[in-house]
Design a protein around this ligand. Structure first.
Ligand code: CP3
Length: 347
């Protein structure tokens, strides 16, 4: 049988309609997710119990028949595996015991990652076995800069003053943290591929807080090193990069030597992206998650506009960021219909 449409698209094949999956397609907007989540003491326990992680990974595939599943886990399992205490405060998001000074790096150890994250790899093995053949399975990791943000801030932040203070004042020591993360992420991704992940997405959620001059060193260059490191072990695995909210600086990320596709956020114009990026690299994106909340005619108009602009080149339909909890599941079904029934015009 042919490879999944999602993987063929990443390899350059064009189909009459693009493949579709959604960031955060598993989550609180689905009643069946909330049922599993309430029956589990903590979010991390959900991530580390393979049978449960498999179940919530498969839920959106059963409901909507997306072209790709993404393994249910979190980007913060990497700092957790390195030995940094992590917990999810109910209703408050992630919390970590913040790294306060360079000496704190000594607490982090890459060696324990494979064993600590064994349940994630087991979940990938079981999910791949349970998925239909035509559905691709994505593994993922947070990019080093985004992980460093959470590790130094101790959670989310409004101004990211601590991580920026560290990176600007002590770039040499910040580099050491980035280097450690590059190596740990390559290990984590290689183990996901060995367990059965068909492709990888790298989330640089907070790249957009950096001045353009710092983007190369702290976001792009570490992601390229990860891509090259992973390819040294698994030459063929497709890699999607998501440097969020960086505007026209996305031009720097047209790096087919490293990335198979770029995931673009809602702030990037589809017309500009079609002209400046798509001739060089496959794109993924970029519907506003709040359009999916709105639904109806507004959703139809906006999804069709994106398809008309980007659907003629190598393209994977997705959101510009993750599905939000208040999304009505019927609107997701509506979106899948719109994408699958789209008729390319002759322009
Ligand atoms: O369906 C999927 O996308 C798979 C699973 C997935 C989760 N997190 C599950 C999750 C993925 C790919 C992520 C990535 C992730 N995690 C990112 C990068 C993508 C992005 O959104 O920018 C980031 C920054 C995180 C860190 C994180 N995890 C935050 C900030 C939060 C709290 C916000 C929230 O929505 O509550 C989490 C928790 C989290 N990760 C939840 C889910 C489904 C919600 C927790 C719950 O169910 O109680």
């Amino acid at each position: 049988m042919n490879e999944p449409k999602f993987l063929q698209t990443l390899a350059g094949t064009r189909f009459p309609t693009p493949p579709i999956w959604l960031m955060r397609q598993a989550g609180r907007y689905l009643p069946e997710y909330r049922a599993v989540r309430t029956a589990t003491p903590s979010f991390l326990e959900l991530c580390y119990t393979p049978e449960k992680a498999v179940e919530v990974t498969l839920q959106p595939i059963r409901r909507f028949g997306f072209d790709a599943a993404i393994i249910f886990s979190d980007i913060l399992v990497v700092p957790d595996a390195l030995g940094q205490k992590l917990w999810f405060a109910e209703g408050e998001g992630p919390k970590l015991e913040a790294l306060a000074e360079p000496a704190d790096f000594a607490k982090l150890a890459r060696a324990r990652l494979p064993e600590h994250l064994a349940p994630v790899y087991e979940a990938i093995r079981l999910t791949r076995a349970a998925l239909p053949r035509q559905t691709a399975l994505l593994g993922f990791a947070g990019a080093p800069f985004t992980l460093a943000c959470y590790m130094i801030e101790g959670g989310g932040s409004r101004d990211f003053a601590k991580v920026k203070g560290w990176a600007y004042r002590h770039p040499d020591s910040f580099s050491l943290l980035i280097d450690l993360l590059v190596d740990a992420i390559v290990d984590h991704l290689a183990l996901q591929v060995e367990a059965g992940a068909d492709a990888i997405q790298l989330f640089d959620t907070w790249a957009g807080i950096l001045p353009e001059e710092q983007l190369f060193g702290w976001s792009l260059e570490p992601m390229v090193r990860i891509a090259h490191g992973l390819r040294a072990r698994h030459p063929k695995v497709p890699i999607i990069a998501f440097p969020r909210a960086i505007g026209p600086a996305t031009l720097m990320y047209r790096r087919p030597d490293a990335f198979s596709a770029l995931s673009i956020d809602t702030g990037l114009g589809a017309h500009w992206a079609a002209r400046e990026l798509q001739p060089h690299i496959c794109l993924q994106g970029n519907l506003d998650p709040l359009m999916l909340v709105a639904g109806g005619a507004a959703l139809e108009r906006e999804a069709t506009r994106i398809l008309d602009k980007l659907g003629h080149g190598p393209f994977i339909f997705n959101l510009g960021h993750g599905v939000v909890p208040q999304t009505p599941p019927e609107h997701v079904a509506q979106l899948v219909e719109i994408v699958r029934n789209w008729k390319p015009s002759n322009t």
